[in-house]
Design a protein around this ligand. Sequence first.
Ligand SMILES: Cc1cc2nc3c(=O)[nH]c(=O)nc-3n(C[C@H](O)[C@H](O)[C@H](O)COP(=O)(O)O)c2cc1C
Length: 182
Amino acid sequence: MDFYKVIRTRRSIRSFKPDPIPPDILERILDAARISPSGSNRQPWLFILVDDPDTKRKLAECCSRQMFIAEAPVVVVVCGFNIHYNRGGYMGDLSMLVDCSIATTHLILAARAEGVGSCWIGAFDNNCIKKLLGIPEDVNVVAVVPLGYPKGDAFVDVSVESRKSLTDIVRLNRFDGPGWSR
Ligand SMILES: Cc1cc2nc3c(=O)[nH]c(=O)nc-3n(C[C@H](O)[C@H](O)[C@H](O)COP(=O)(O)O)c2cc1C
């Protein structure tokens, strides 16, 4: 699938069919996360796949009771290691969040390219999930991503109106420079 079609039709999917994702497809999606870039190539992540129905239900409860999460055949919990980066720059330990967010982006875009729906979940209780899944002290949850085939025709183009315009978000040369346009 054309790259721009992937990014224009990647939507947050909140209703899933129970059909499982074939292992070869799931592997390609996970591999897209695996090969994503990270600061100093530290790869400070671990992906927990949750497919046990009872654990999925409890996981959804840890995510502000967004119970649609438990509908997905598999839910990916993106975990980040609190590695102490010391390559300079102010990002420091925030780098782990950046790296894991890039990997999560690769994952959800690859899912879209495979016809698999996803939703980036940021509303969760870190300690609740850590306790549920036995995640160690120095590791934190960065994102939760249910994966599954959407109910209905859900891969509709991102509506242009729902996003800020380029001239609103791109400036020339300075923060207070003119809005860019070609
Ligand atoms: C960091 C982050 C956290 C999010 N958290 C949630 C969430 O907890 N629950 C949810 O339903 N959607 C969540 N979303 C999805 C956004 O609401 C969604 O991406 C946005 O409204 C744009 O819609 P679209 O993804 O369909 O283009 C999150 C997205 C991001 C990037």
